[in-house]
Design a protein around this ligand. Structure first.
Ligand code: PLP
Length: 292
């Protein structure tokens, strides 16, 4: 479906409990979620007919909604089933699943105590970013202008639309400079993550990754840590300063969309994707298809 605008793709969208035609899944321009970012979402992938870590994603969706004071009008089980049903309704087995929750239009203003909490689920085809051999070359990252905010300033563990404003700005700036993505520091100047994926580094056979104390502890991140440990690779979660990047030999990103993606460059720092990147990419591919 490449090139077709997202509002013009075909099929059905699960919208507040029922399937409606893709083109009809609209919101009014006076929607609280649009003006005040009262919106949370998930990004999931299905492989060979099964949604990877569905329960974890749905639980995070509920956590995010609750964090923004939005009471979900469904149960976790109902949303799990709705995701499965939408995948099936779209006739897809390998796809991206996007549940979204937002405050509606009943009140317009900062306060929106009685607005309806809406839930929709869309499913579309979204192949892996790169073929494995292409991916092993690694992507190039710029250094982002914006930093992940202090947890005292925003609910930073929610997967909430408002947190993505600085991600879009940072990714646009990186792309304008010819990079694929950008590495964000946090409010203290520690390495945090990319604009939509977590980051890992490797030095002398040991994996180092920032402690997720002000950004999403990604579901893929947690899977990658488990896979590395299962291979007997030591994983250290700690504060990582940007200047340390000079000492790392490999680097990779993890995320539902990015899966395991090696990195060849971050600003002036260079990395050579090697054995650890390769084996984790393979292990991840096996894990997501373990049911086949
Ligand atoms: C900002 C950000 N960090 C990290 C991640 C990785 O999270 P996950 O592995 O749960 O997809 C994502 C993707 O959802 C993200 O948007």
């Amino acid at each position: 479906m490449a090139g077709v605008p997202y509002d013009q793709m075909s099929g059905y969208i699960w919208y507040n409990g029922e399937f409606i035609a893709w083109a009809d899944a609209k919101v009014h321009v006076l929607t609280h979620g649009l003006h005040y970012a009262s919106s949370v979402f998930e990004g999931e992938r299905a492989y060979a007919g099964q949604i990877f870590k569905l329960q974890e994603h749905t639980e995070r969706l509920f956590y995010s909604a609750e964090t923004l004071g939005m009471k979900m009008p469904y149960t976790v089980e109902e949303i799990n089933q709705a995701c499965i049903d939408t995948l099936e309704k779209q006739g897809l087995t390998d796809a991206y699943i996007r549940p979204v929750v937002w405050r509606g239009s009943e009140m317009m203003g900062v306060s929106a105590q009685s607005n309806r909490i809406n839930v929709a689920i869309a499913v579309w085809e979204w192949p892996s970013y790169f073929a494995p051999e292409e991916r092993l070359k690694g992507i190039r990252l710029d250094r982002a202008q914006y930093r992940r905010p202090d947890p005292a300033t925003i609910p930073c563990f929610a997967k909430a639309a408002g947190l993505y404003m600085i991600c879009t700005l940072s990714k646009h700036a990186a792309e304008a400079n010819g990079y694929a993505d950008a590495l964000m520091l946090d409010y203290r100047g520690h390495i945090a993550e990319a604009t939509g994926a977590n980051v890992f580094f490797i030095k002398e056979g040991v994996i180092h990754t920032p402690t997720p104390d002000c950004f999403l502890n990604g579901i893929t991140r947690q899977t990658a840590v488990d896979l590395a440990k299962a291979r007997g690779i030591e994983v250290v979660e700690r504060t990582i300063m940007p200047e340390e990047m000079a000492d790392f030999s490999e680097c990779f990103l993890t995320g539902t969309a990015a899966e395991v993606t090696p990195v060849s460059e971050i600003g002036e720092f260079k990395f050579t994707p090697g054995e650890i990147c390769k084996s984790l990419m393979e292990d991840y591919d096996k894990a997501v298809r373990a049911h086949v």
